[in-house]
Ligand binder design. Structure first.
Ligand code: UDP
Length: 450
């Protein structure tokens, strides 16, 4: 019997971080448009409140969660392991209650790959489950490679500079130093976490926010590794026809400022929702941007300068210079900004949502990644798709100035823009009728309905 007749409720379990919640909610919206009703499970520290008022989804809160900011010293890997340990029992209780109240109408649980406690609960409750990855296919393939490594040996091997540059078997062109291991905490604990992430338990498929035209060979490799269907649906912000409500209030005044700039002259700078920088680095950025003589729109998120609320650590003359030559906001309507004709380039920390949004608007990038998977993403932008340049090492004003000129003014940047525009067309086509993401969505709906 078709499940569609009775079971149309999908329970989503997002990881409570902005870059994960947004694509999960976009997935919810896409499935909602296909006739499923959506219930979202949130941990107490969750940040979905902006969605609660506008999405038409139902929400429940899992009791006894840890708060991300409860212990400032908690490294990401420890936070994630703890988050999973403390939520499984509460989640199971909540789902049991839902089953009692809703007359057994749950079609499946779709959980962020980092929220693997939901997979364990689904297995125990004998409910269908699917895994959602908000990262790239190559990131997931790397997770499989890392999960098979001996942590102690890997730790010793990584001290050896020769191994760092050695290509990882079957992962050309990636070398060991490209594996997304930096910035999360102790390697042994990270491998422990990754083993949980790649454990598919009883999940019947993987949904991934990527596009076949960007990651064809990695998707093939992932499919071989994972042996359950993989549905690449990205970019979800296009299929959902909206980015959805935002985490912080968007400062729309920057659009008026952009309206006054010359076509493709502006460099847009945003380092996502998590990155923190030292004042020294921010100062080098400020000097470099100002001496490039290109207009710039700079998102400086509150709390993104370590130890300060906002920009009060910057000297007054620097703040004056920056506001004369550019425009600073606390949070921007990023998709609208990237689609604005005045924007010629995007200085990004290489979070995957930002990259998809940039490619979808044909905007080339300056890549300044901070941790593991961002470095991997940067490698693909620069060497794989040739739509960006790398800003490596310590931030230095001269390097910043050169990078901006290379991207916005030089022939080199024009070539990257042309390639980015080519990718834009392919990516957009993939979400239209007959395109790869469009078809993958249809297949997913069939999968969920039978
Ligand atoms: N974003 C935004 N306004 C800003 C900066 C970022 O709306 O001023 C959004 C951006 O569109 C993207 C998300 O925040 O969807 C950042 O996600 P990403 O994966 O790039 O990085 P993360 O925040 O997870 O590090």
């Amino acid at each position: 019997m078709e499940k569609s007749a009775t079971k149309r409720r999908i329970v989503l379990v997002p990881l409570p971080l902005h870059g994960h919640i947004t694509p999960m909610m976009q997935l919810g919206r896409v499935l909602n448009l296909k006739g499923f009703s959506i219930t979202v499970a949130q941990v107490e520290s969750n940040q979905v409140s902006s969605w609660q008022h506008s999405s038409g989804f139902e929400f429940f809160t899992i009791p006894k969660s840890v708060s991300l900011f409860q212990d400032e010293a908690l490294e990401p890997v420890e936070y994630l392991i703890r988050l999973n340990k403390t939520n499984e029992a509460g989640f199971k209780d909540c789902i049991t209650q839902l089953l009692i109240q809703g007359g057994n109408d749950i079609a499946c649980i779709i959980y962020d790959e980092f929220m693997y406690f939901s997979g364990a609960a689904a297995t125990e409750l004998k409910l269908p489950s699917l895994i959602f990855s908000t990262q790239t296919a190559i990131h997931k393939v790397c997770c499989y490679v890392i999960s098979k490594l001996n942590p102690k040996k890997f730790l010793i091997d990584m001290q050896d500079p020769e191994l760092q540059n050695k290509l990882v078997e079957n992962l050309h062109p990636l070398s060991y130093k490209d594996l997304p291991t930096a910035g999360f905490g102790p390697l042994e604990r990270l491998i422990e976490l990754i083993r949980e992430i790649v454990n598919k338990r009883t999940a019947s498929a993987v949904i991934i926010n990527t596009v076949t035209c960007l990651e064809s060979s990695s998707l093939t490799r992932l499919q071989q590794e994972i042996s359950i269907p993989v549905y690449p649906l990205g970019p979800l912000h296009i299929s959902a026809s909206s980015s959805g409500p935002n985490l912080l209030e968007e400062d729309m005044s920057c659009i008026e400022w952009l309206n006054k700039q010359k076509p493709r002259s502006v460099i847009y700078i945003s380092l996502g929702s998590m990155v923190q920088m030292e004042t020294k680095e921010v100062l080098e950025m400020a000097w470099g941007l100002c001496s490039s003589n290109q207009p710039f729109l700079w998102v400086i998120r509150p709390g993104s300068i370590a130890g300060f609320e906002w920009i009060e650590s910057l000297p007054k003359e620097v703040i004056r210079m920056v506001s004369e030559k550019g425009y600073v906001v606390k949070w921007a309507p990023q998709i609208e900004v990237l689609g604005h004709p005045s924007v010629g380039g995007f200085w990004s920390h290489c979070g995957w949502n930002s990259i998809l949004e940039s490619i979808a608007e044909g905007v080339p990038m300056i890549c300044r990644p901070f941790q593991g998977e961002q470095k991997l993403n940067a490698k693909y932008i620069v060497s794989g798709w040739s739509v960006g340049i790398h800003l490596e090492g310590e931030v230095e004003r001269g390097e910043v100035e050169r990078a901006v000129k290379r991207l916005i003014v030089d022939e080199e940047g024009a070539g990257m823009r042309e390639r980015a525009l080519g990718l834009k067309e392919k990516v957009k086509a993939s979400t239209r009728s007959g395109g790869s993401s469009y078809n993958a969505l249809d297949e997913l709906v069939t999968h969920l309905s039978t």
